[in-house]
Design a protein around this ligand. Sequence first.
Ligand code: 2AM
Length: 182
Amino acid sequence: MTAAAVRPHRLFFALWPGEATRRALYRETRAVVRHCGGRPVATDQLHLTLLFLGQVPGEAVGAVTTAAVALDCPGFTLVFDRYGWFESAQVLWLGCSAPPAPLPTLAAGLARQVRAVTGLVPDPKPFQPHVTLARKVRNPPQFPPPRPVAWPVDGFALVESVTAPEGARYTVLETFPIQSPV
Ligand code: 2AM
């Protein structure tokens, strides 16, 4: 086994937008992000975290993948139509005023599967679906809501976070299709 295979990986499951959705997320939020006073998340890194795993031993990554493959989930479409702010994390985010039921079901199913298959205990914090737009934002957003952005979800991703001096970089390791949205 190579050193790369056995080293721990900082992992999370996420919805990773396709190009059209990514462009729309950028287009509809760029003015607010520019004026929020924080550090924008690069457009190619925008995502919605489903389950944060943290450090996973290299030898457990295969089991994490197996856990995700076993999931059965209908496709769905998210509509992003509101800004939010996490005061303690100083994060400006984009969210949905009416997240469809399959979204929390998918996040909970992943947590259950990962625990059952790998024995790892994922982050127990309640699921708060959001796309982080900017960090180090010191004040709550005082902006009108964005024009709604529709994100058709037909899969999810296992993503690695690598810490660098300029901040974390996220790389998709694997993608998992789910049924296409109807
Ligand atoms: P955030 O964007 O709100 O910071 C990788 O760090 C991804 O996992 C980010 O989307 C991050 O959310 C999310 N995440 C959830 N819980 C986390 C935790 N305890 N530590 C770091 N990131 C976490």
